[in-house]
Design a protein around this ligand. Structure first.
Ligand code: TTP
Ligand code: MG
Length: 422
């Protein structure tokens, strides 16, 4: 915990004692609606305000929790968080990432530094005037790209349908259609991804969950850092009405200034305008705006290809365990996936293994490939490596194999036959 009371953006273990002090009174603790504990992932259909299973108060409670399936995930103070992870002496210090010196600008400021004013894109000299004690760390894009890949791999365990927007943010389609109907509740899979990113990557992210991309992105920004915010259909319109127009994705400084000139400060002031008027005032964007201000957004989570993943799965007659049996079962599935990829003229850049345990828990594990492939034997090679890591004696009732990150077959399988097997 930082001295100024702000939570640091590097992962921090929870302290049970301080949680206990914050518990709500007993009378408030039941009947609050569907509730998920973000720490132990317990789910209560009509839940308490703290988790009876582990005692955490980091619970998400929302009437529509089980039905919302579009998520936006954004890393907290991304570059600064990576630098703090790699140099623990920076942990409780104000850190600014960017190039020091006369004409440098801030790429990001950590949450401690932000208390003093520095922000992304600010001239460095100005940021240093506001926060003279800040430690300036040079930008290291290669490192942030590598961290971004690690995070993407964790997202892919939650759903094959992801749309990375930049190095530090992505939309995730958590619908049954995208993931397979028996996967865990979207909120649960997301809370697990959030926790894994803290444990395995060492930085924190904020999650927004809603029923469309516009609202999911708004939500991920509501409770930073380490947030998990939910916007449901019931409150969406009323909620967005209160926000400044600058919160609309696509309303930059210029449009916001134009709106201000017209006396429009909040989204609510746009809600009564007919679409025609919005188009007349703000051009083509007015059409999309007309939906946004009502809490509507028809955009799909776009993985860049038309299909999102190609997969095949089989349910065993009798539950199976052991690597050998699972590997034998996965062989024909890889053949099927390879054939379907060849038929469609596409290839996959990530192999995804799906296992359902005897007690109906779904596990997905994935591996990014050095080169996209459509070859069954390459898929099988990686599938077997993933199986090896999971076959610890547990019994499984289903196995599936798929490929995600689809691309054209032209980009796949370079001529060296074995290059995909590195
Ligand atoms: P953001 O997600 O906008 O910012 P952030 O991750 O630093 O902070 P938070 O999301 O918690 O508010 O941008 C992601 C990264 O992109 C950021 O760490 C640095 C880089 N960036 C720039 O280089 N210039 C910019 O103007 C902005 C806004 C971001
Ligand atoms: Mg960010």
């Amino acid at each position: 915990m930082a001295q100024n009371g702000l939570e640091d953006t590097a992962a921090v273990p929870l302290e049970p004692a301080s949680q206990a002090a914050l518990k709500p009174p007993e009378t408030l603790r039941t009947g609050a609606g569907p509730t998920l504990c973000r720490d132990c992932l317990s789910y209560f259909p009509d839940g308490p305000l703290d988790c009876p299973a582990c005692g955490s108060i980091r619970v998400i409670c929302h009437a529509e929790l089980a039905g919302l399936d579009i998520a936006h995930i954004d890393c907290d103070a991304f570059y600064a968080a990576v630098e703090k992870r790699d140099d623990p002496s920076l942990r409780d210090k104000p850190v600014i990432v960017g190039h020091a010196g006369g004409r440098g600008v801030v790429t990001t400021a950590c949450y401690i530094a932000r208390q003093f004013g520095p922000r992304s894109a600010m001239p460095m000299f100005k940021a240093m005037e506001m926060c003279p004690g800040a430690v300036v760390v040079p930008t290291d894009m290669a490192k942030y790209r590598q961290v971004s890949q690690q995070i993407k791999a964790i997202f892919l365990d939650a759903t094959p349908v992801i749309q990375p927007v930049s190095l530090d943010e992505a939309y995730l389609d958590m619908s049954d259609e995208a993931r397979g109907v028996s996967d865990p509740l979207p909120a649960m899979a997301l809370a697990e991804a959030q926790r894994r990113i803290e444990d395995e990557v060492g930085i924190t992210v904020s999650i927004g969950l809603s029923y469309n991309k516009f609202l999911a992105k708004l939500a991920s920004d509501l409770d930073k850092p380490r947030g998990f915010s939910v916007i449901g259909e019931a409150e969406a319109k009323e909620f967005v009405a209160t926000l400044p127009v600058s919160k609309i994705n696509g309303v930059g400084k210029v449009t916001a200034a134009k709106m201000a000139e017209q006396g429009i400060e909040t989204i609510g002031q746009l809600q009564d305008m007919p679409e025609m008027e919005l188009v007349a005032r703000y051009g083509k964007f007015g059409r999309r705006l007309a939906g946004y201000v009502q809490g509507e957004d028809g955009r799909k989570v776009n993985t860049d290809g038309t299909s999102k993943s190609v997969s095949a799965e089989t349910t065993f007659r009798q539950n199976m365990n052991g690597a050998d049996a699972l590997k034998e079962a996965v062989g024909p599935l890889c053949e099927r996936v390879g054939k379907r990829l060849a038929d469609k003229g596409i290839a996959g850049g990530t192999v995804v293994l799906k296992l359902k345990t005897g007690d109906f828990q779904i596990l997905t594990r994935n591996r990014q490939l050095p080169n996209p492939t459509q070859k069954a034997d390459v898929i099988r090679y990686h599938a077997e490596a993933l199986i090896e890591a999971e076959a610890d004696g547990r019994y499984f009732r289903l196995i599936g194999i798929g490929v995600a990150d689809l691309c054209s077959a032209i980009e796949a399988d370079p001529p060296d036959l074995f290059s995909g097997l590195e």
